[in-house]
Design a protein around this ligand. Structure first.
Ligand code: C5P
Ligand code: C5P
Ligand code: ZN
Length: 490
């Protein structure tokens, strides 16, 4: 007999099938399709997957990447009157709006956000794991949902499985033991491995395994942070070269973690274990080892070879207003788009470092309230990058039960963009930020939602303080065990 999880997966897949049939029918009739997707790594990957599937069908289509669903999208749809709209990595939080404004337009929503509407319009087909009790925050991303629809359109689209995995990594869904994937995400991993496109290794978890010189990777790591090595270039080079006898260069070229031989890697792991022990650090070597995802058909020493580095590259294109570069890469471009995207990535990193430095500079820029932390990014932080800043800073608050909010002003729209992230401890206490952001924004003339673990909102500038106060209150109520929402949350 099927387990409940298998049944849920079957139901999810047959819903993906239904969406695929509608897409096929539209393409066969030469209908015009507009795709809207979210601007982060997952959204860009989802757009690339659907773009490739439509391209292979020889369909007529256009892709637009946005920060959220709003009246602007609706107006475009009303003006263009496409035969089909596909939304990826957003849409489920906007069913009411779609039903109110475009009830007669066919819309396919391939999403993994919390659903908070009871409306079922037969023109609006939704594929979403929450419908079947599968957790969309951890077990499948927007690009994963797009992937299953693409695979149902044509099994040859399994070659897009690595892109779906990259999207899930961008959404930080590697939350299981030693950073593994689970449930529908694990099916994607298996598909990619079977297709010969992916290798899953257990390795050191430092970021930059393909593109950063080995010593730099250890010097720049903040998670994990290794006292005595992180931040200390000379000490790290001496440790590698003299203590472990691992050359940091091959000729003139610096070596990356991906370049090490298996023996050298073993030596590095046990060397680090000994080092941690000799310093009396409570960090065990197991804590710095986990699963890494190697895209075997990509060139070594490029950001595309490692799933996590690939995700950051996509994120940078979306958040720096160049999502078409990321989409082109997902669709197979390895020339002009990749070269340009690498430059964008550099600028993106500079921006993030500038923002992190700015927050740390003055205590009033990050305030602690009764139940939350809040970063006042106001006119300094770009509203498209505020989400990344929030994700990075929350990782340093791991043991706190208080979630983190950050906001930036969008003066032109007279609004503020909020990005919320929970800590692991807050999540265990039953915090659902998606509910908090939705309720608090709607009470203040805005709009919001997302996942339990990560959620966002836009609110009018003159409501910022009222919104913050309500979020603080609602989080306090959730911490006391109160359930606030009606979201269809797995
Ligand atoms: O819209 P979407 O679901 O793609 O975005 C999820 C966002 O939440 C991503 O930007 C991701 O980095 C963030 N996230 C997070 N921590 C998690 C899960 C998601 O910061 N555990
Ligand atoms: O923008 P940010 O990365 O902070 O968003 C966190 C999560 O909340 C994302 O999954 C995003 O799509 C979602 N979100 C939403 N509705 C909003 C704003 C953000 O569902 N109005
Ligand atoms: Zn997503």
């Amino acid at each position: 007999m099927a387990t409940p999880q298998q049944t849920a997966i079957q139901q999810f897949l047959s819903q993906a099938d239904k969406a695929a049939k509608t897409i096929l029918e539209t393409a066969q009739k030469d209908g015009y399709i507009t795709v809207f997707s979210h601007l982060d790594a997952d959204g860009v990957a989802a757009a690339g997957i659907i773009g490739k599937a439509l391209f292979r069908l020889d369909a007529r289509f256009r892709i637009r990447v946005m920060q959220w669903v709003d009246e602007k999208i609706i107006n475009e749809i009303q003006a263009d009157k496409p035969q089909l709209v596909i939304m990826t990595d957003f849409g489920s939080g906007y069913l009411d709006l779609l039903n109110e404004k475009i009830p007669n337009i066919k819309v396919i929503i391939l999403d993994h956000h919390q659903i908070n509407s009871k409306i079922a319009n037969p023109n609006h087909i939704q594929v979403n794991p929450h419908l079947f009790g599968i957790d969309g925050a951890t077990d499948i991303s927007g690009s994963g949902v797009a992937y299953f629809a693409a695979k149902a359109i044509n099994p040859s689209n399994v070659d897009l499985a690595p892109i779906a995995l990259v999207g899930a990594l961008g959404d930080m869904q590697d939350k299981y033991e030693q950073r593994s994937m689970h449930n529908l995400n694990q099916i994607i991993v298996n598909d990619a491995v079977t297709a010969g496109l992916l290798r899953v290794d257990k390795d050191l978890m430092f970021f930059g395994r393909e593109t950063r010189p080995l010593y730099k990777m250890i010097v720049t790591t903040t998670n994990p942070f290794i006292p005595g090595l992180s931040g200390q270039e000379t000490e790290t080079i001496n440790f590698l070269e003299d203590t472990l006898k691992i050359p940091t260069k091959q000729g003139e070229k610096p070596r990356s973690l991906g370049d090490l031989t298996p023996e050298e890697k073993t030596r590095l792991c046990s060397g680090l274990a000994d080092y941690l022990m000799s310093k009396g650090l409570h960090l065990a070597v197991d804590d710095i080892i986990g699963y890494v995802y190697v895209l075997t058909k990509e060139e070594p020493n490029t950001a595309l070879r490692d799933g996590r580095e690939f995700a950051v590259l996509l994120n940078s294109t979306g958040r720096m207003d160049r999502p078409s570069l990321g989409i082109a890469i997902c669709m197979g471009d390895r020339k002009a788009a990749l070269e340009e995207a690498n430059k964008i990535l550099e600028d993106y990193r500079k921006n993030i470092n500038k923002y992190l430095g700015w927050v740390a500079e003055k205590p009033e820029r990050m305030r602690e309230l009764q139940n939350i932390y809040i970063i006042y990014g106001e006119n300094f932080i770009n509203e498209k990058i505020i989400g990344t800043v929030s994700s990075i800073i929350v990782s340093s608050l791991a043991n706190s039960e208080k979630p983190l909010l950050a906001f930036a002003n969008i003066e032109a729209e007279n609004a503020a963009k909020f990005s919320g992230r929970t800590t692991e401890a807050a999540l265990r206490k039953g915090i659902n930020l998606g509910d908090v952001m939705r309720l608090a924004s709607e009470a203040n003339g805005g709009k919001g939602g997302g996942h339990n673990i990560a959620a966002g909102a836009q609110v009018p500038l003159d409501k910022v303080e009222a919104f913050i106060a309500l979020v603080d209150e609602l989080v306090g109520r959730q911490l006391k065990g109160e359930k606030l929402g009606i979201s269809n949350n797995a």
